[in-house]
Design a protein around this ligand. Structure first.
Ligand SMILES: [Zn+2]
Length: 85
């Protein structure tokens, strides 16, 4: 009797473990984005980027660092137009 309870408990633990691994793998597949940096480290910037392929312009006002890498559009890095002060 006691033995079966122990096995039942072990089964639950194992199930929980497998479930966690499964969720982790699912999360790894669906989101390739890095985790966002802590909000305290965001800096207020003001730069504009333009996509050289389609002309879309983008204004960036917050970034984790002062000189962030250019965002991508149409599979290419956007061009920095001008920092606005
Ligand atoms: Zn584009």
């Amino acid at each position: 009797m006691l033995g079966s309870i122990i096995w039942f408990g072990l089964g639950l633990v194992l199930l929980c473990f497998i479930w966690k691994i499964g969720l982790g793998m699912l999360r790894g597949m669906t989101s390739t984005l890095p985790p966002p940096p802590p909000s305290g480290e965001m800096r207020r910037i003001n730069v504009r980027y333009r996509c050289s392929s389609c002309g879309t312009e983008l204004r960036l006002t917050m970034a984790p660092d002062q000189d962030p890498p250019p965002p991508k559009h149409c599979l290419e890095d956007m061009d920095l137009i001008a920092p606005i002060d």
